[in-house]
Design a binder for this molecule. Sequence first.
Ligand code: DP6
Length: 359
Amino acid sequence: MTEENFIPEPYKNTLESGSCTYASPSNIALIKYWGKKENQIPENPSISFTLNNCKTITKLSFSKKQDTTHFSFDVFLANEKKNDFKPKIETFFKRILVYLPFLKDYHFNIETSNTFPHSSGIASSASGMSALALCLMHIEKALSGSMSESEFIQKASFLARLGSGSAARSIEGDLVVWGKHDAIKGSSNLYGVKYPNAIHANFKNYQDTILLVDKGEKQVSSTVGHNLMHGHPFAPERFKQATENLSQMMAILKSGDLDKFIALVESEALTLHAMMMTSMPYFILMKPNTLQIINKIWSYRKLSGSKICFTLDAGANVHVLYPENEANKVLKFIKNELAKYCQNENYICDTIGMGAKMV
Ligand code: DP6
């Protein structure tokens, strides 16, 4: 598959107006994407758990317009007009116009809402861009007349990637790989694929409780963050390591070895932050409470023999990962010992989920 394969044949049908709604989940990477080339091509492959509860729900209404020289759209978040979202969507539309040539033919109303608080510090770009990509694919499917489910999903992920890299991993569940890895059949730099190999029962309904340590605006935007990897002294080694770590993860997913899983996932999280600390300019995205939580998790694990572990995204929040059979015990621990390190004692319980769907 190349990018050109995603340029459609002339459409068979016409469509005056309509609307559709998709709910698309957030995801949490186990092997991290950090560093990209031109056109949203990742420097290394990544794999993530698709989440169940943290979602963006987007309703896209469209009506044909006369003037086809420019994009025309309005964006609403929780019923409030959001003009500050427009530049990002305009950039997205420009990037994908060649793949969706109908974009200038319609006026779009994009009404979006998140199931998690907007100010929670949880990145909504993955769920937001994937939900929008799915809505746009819904229109393309109607214009094309026919399209298989697999073509639909693949192109939705391809488009979502052009909005935000990690969004490529938010179309399907429950484990998704994005980026070419020689040992993973079908993996591609252009779109995410459902992890095709065996997954041990230990990972079934894996739990993710997101501890909201810092709800503020992101200190470093992902664009700035990824750019920090250009010319970074450790970048080539990091990209190699991520590929090797994904090979290790494949063996772990098969064997169900949770001790190895813990070591690899925590090491990936800390490596991501180490890359930011050793960039120029440098950043520390963890907060004192992030470290308090990590230390508490480590001592709880040592004392109880629990298989709890943590991962981080590009911020101070902590994702606490644990097997389903420990859910009751770990939730008690979180409530009693970790909630106090969260802003307003806020945390969100989630599990691995099945992916996006039409609503
Ligand atoms: C740390 O997908 O937000 O969450 O492609 O610039 O939109 P853009 O970046 P984005 O980067 C996510 C980085 C990460 C790790 C990951 O999800 O793999």
